[in-house]
Design a binder for this molecule. Structure first.
Ligand SMILES: [Zn+2]
Length: 218
């Protein structure tokens, strides 16, 4: 049976920006890759109705998952406004814990602990809290969406993944997020540009065309 890899992202699209090339590569190598999206991301477009956004973003993630060849996308369904409500967080965390127990992933990818976005940070906390009680060895790696931010990376072992062969797949998967990446959504456009530059720079640093770099948290 194939070993599982889990990606836990706060928002629909974070998983591809952060881990897209790596996820597609692991699929090619025979792993089962499952993605968990924590938030409904309902406030990403204030001028559209909430339920339309939620539904669209869900469909975009499912489509992108097909592109990278992932096994499944699970939605924890937390509202963006619930990220500071302990009870809601607890419920979502329980769901995630059940999934982790069932899948027994060998690796988990999650947002970096110092990510300035509150939902990203909380998502990281949820995963680390769950893993803390886990006796089995699970490698946890951080990816980042927003750069630069300061944190002590030096104490964390690095995982460099050459994504030259799956970079096209990553871009194809990103194109599924039409609701997020339009020219008016400047912030998202900025995230995309940052991602592109980062993947190229990492590639240069590690003597390949494109690379994604992660830091081991546990
Ligand atoms: Zn996000």
């Amino acid at each position: 049976m194939a070993e599982n890899i889990l990606i836990v992202a706060a928002h629909s699209d974070d998983q591809i920006i952060g881990v897209g090339g790596t996820a597609a590569k692991y699929v090619k190598e025979g792993f089962d890759v499952t993605t968990v999206i924590v938030s409904k991301g309902e406030i990403s477009h204030p001028h559209f109705k909430e339920e339309i956004i939620i539904d669209t973003r869900k469909r975009e993630s499912i489509r992108a998952n097909k592109v990278i060849g992932g096994k499944a996308v699970k939605f924890l369904g937390l509202f963006e406004k619930d990220f500071n409500k302990e009870v809601k967080i607890y419920k979502a965390q329980k769901k995630l814990e059940t999934l982790i127990r069932r899948l027994k992933p060998v690796k988990i990818f999650v947002h970096a602990p110092e990510d300035p976005h509150p939902a990203h940070k909380k998502t990281n906390r949820m995963v680390l809290d769950i893993i803390e009680n886990e006796r089995r060895k699970i490698e946890v790696y951080s990816f980042d969406i927003w750069n630069p931010f300061r944190w002590d990376r030096k104490k964390h072992p690095k995982l460099v993944v050459d994504t030259s062969e799956t970079f096209d797949t990553k871009i194809k998967a990103l194109k599924c997020f039409k609701s997020q990446f339009n020219i008016l959504g400047f912030l998202n456009f900025f995230a995309l540009a940052t991602m592109y530059v980062k993947n190229v720079m990492n590639g240069r640093k590690y003597n390949t065309k494109y690379a994604e770099v992660f830091y081991r948290l546990r």
